[in-house]
Design a protein around this ligand. Structure first.
Ligand code: ACO
Length: 431
């Protein structure tokens, strides 16, 4: 295969090297484009055809529905691994040995104390505040209590980088648990460091005062699986945000706070809340799924079938397959009968045989079923995206770390200016 791409601009030919990924993906390296062509750029809104970086963390093939973390199939990890093992794998590149795992776990536990003043900030939020806004603000506020995290030279100090990473994995679950406790009117409390990571999160979220919290292994298993499925997804909107914010050498807490804001939107992580609200409103409207299918296809109607479609997956989302099975198991085991599950299955069935959806390769994505499990667990719908953020922490950390250790340049795209040419200012009295 030729290792070059040729570009003809106004009859002048330019050669560009090709970059080959480890799964044989081909990319044209245009790093020298502006300098050798005298300022020509490429334009690609939404980065639909642009690789923003080289990365060794996550591989996905949207045509074949493949997702792998550091080479391991998502199915294998979701069915067998613990969330913290996967976090370690994503961040450091290999599955941990027993000793490495124990140290990682212990260090995260010892960093799971949050400054008491953070409680005062949380208390000041109005009841109407969305949990994603609260989480983003509190994560940013952590910088104030860990000021050096923003100024460390991470390339030089591996120990300080490690410390910041375990702080993120230790403290943010506490913020998440406190947010849900405030919402449920429960006093804010710490967890129990004798428990596993996922068990501790459940206890921190749900334990009632003067009550012994009893772990439900079905919920522990389901949450472990959900967190693993959400742990990374290469250069999506929130991860690209984390990398680009971090590329200015902003610290990890600040970068993750920005990632949380990016995840909030309904076209990204906010879809899980939007899906459940959509399913509920279809149910309240009599359950006529066909009516909503027609609305989704009507270009005059802004309604979209939330939880369908994906920028990259064009055959199926492997995470959605795993979640669908887990949803059935959890609802069965808990004995929950949820009418929105039937609506979801009905919509999926209709969409899979509908020409509009088939022609556009629109399949259920990871968020189509996740809200139904979260609801069965007793998590309020506006906390669903917060649970997604909890799962995505290892991915954001791994991608941010990779970007900093590779010493990537500050992210600063070009534009094609299409505004006015030079105009002379006229005083207001002459306009
Ligand atoms: N319902 C109806 N039509 C849809 C949907 C949908 N959910 N998604 C895409 N389409 C249509 C578009 O109208 C467009 O049709 P056209 O070619 O006739 O104009 C075509 O399919 C392509 O859609 P785009 O929006 O151009 O695709 P893009 O890759 O930019 O967007 C996205 C992907 C944002 C996920 C989109 O499919 C969507 O809005 N889905 C619903 C929201 C959602 O579930 N988001 C979660 C994604 S997963 C995640 O982030 C964790």
């Amino acid at each position: 295969m030729s290792k070059k791409a040729k570009l003809l601009i106004n009859n002048q030919e330019f050669d560009f090297p090709l970059v080959l990924g480890s799964e044989n993906e081909i990319s044209i390296d245009v790093k020298q484009l502006r300098s050798i062509t005298g300022g020509v750029t490429t334009i690609d809104p939404g980065f639909k055809n642009t690789a923003s970086c080289e990365s060794k963390i996550t591989y996905l093939d949207g045509e074949k529905g493949i997702l792998r973390y550091r080479g391991y199939a998502i199915e294998d990890l979701a069915n067998n691994a613990s969330f913290l093992e996967v976090a370690y794998l994503l961040i450091y590149g290999n599955l941990p040995t027993e000793d490495q795992y124990k140290k990682f776990n212990d260090d995260i536990k010892s960093e799971s104390i949050v400054d008491e003043d953070i409680k005062k900030i949380l208390e000041a939020f109005p009841k109407s505040a969305h949990p994603m806004g609260i989480l983003s603000s509190l994560t940013s506020a952590l910088t104030a209590f860990n000021p050096t995290s923003n100024t460390i030279d991470y390339n030089r100090s591996k120990a300080e980088l490690y410390e910041t990473i375990v702080k993120v994995l230790g403290k943010i679950p506490v913020l998440i648990a406190w947010t849900i406790r405030k919402k449920n009117g429960l006093p804010l409390d710490y967890g129990d460091t004798s428990l596993g990571y996922v068990e501790n999160i459940l206890k921190m979220m749900f334990k009632k005062p003067n009550e012994t919290y009893v772990q439900n292994p079905i919920l522990v298993n389901a949450l472990n699986k959900l967190l693993i499925l959400h742990a990374d997804h290469e250069q999506n909107c929130s991860t690209s945000t984390v990398r680009i914010v971090g590329s200015s050498h902003a610290g990890l807490f600040a970068s993750i706070s920005a990632g949380i804001s990016a995840l909030w939107g309904p076209l990204h992580g906010g879809a899980n809340q939007a899906v459940l609200e959509m399913l509920e409103s279809i149910n309240d409207d009599g359950g006529d799924t066909n009516k909503y299918m027609q609305k989704a296809k009507d270009k005059e109607d802004p309604f979209r079938l939330m939880g369908f479609g994906h920028r990259v997956y064009k055959s199926f989302d492997p995470r959605a397959k795993i979640i669908k099975v887990a949803t059935d198991e959890v609802l069965d085991d808990l004995g929950v009968v949820d009418p929105v599950l039937d609506i979801a299955k009905g919509l999926e069935k209709e969409a899979l045989s509908d020409k509009y959806f088939v022609d556009r390769s629109l399949y259920p994505n990871v968020d189509f079923y996740s809200g139904i499990i979260y609801r069965a667990m007793g998590i309020p719908s506006d906390m669903f995206t917060v649970m997604f953020a909890l799962g995505r922490l290892p991915g954001w950390i791994a991608q941010w770390r990779e970007m900093r250790l590779r010493n990537e340049p500050i992210g600063r795209p070009r534009q094609v200016y299409t505004g006015e040419n030079h105009r002379k200012y006229t005083p207001i009295s002459n306009r």
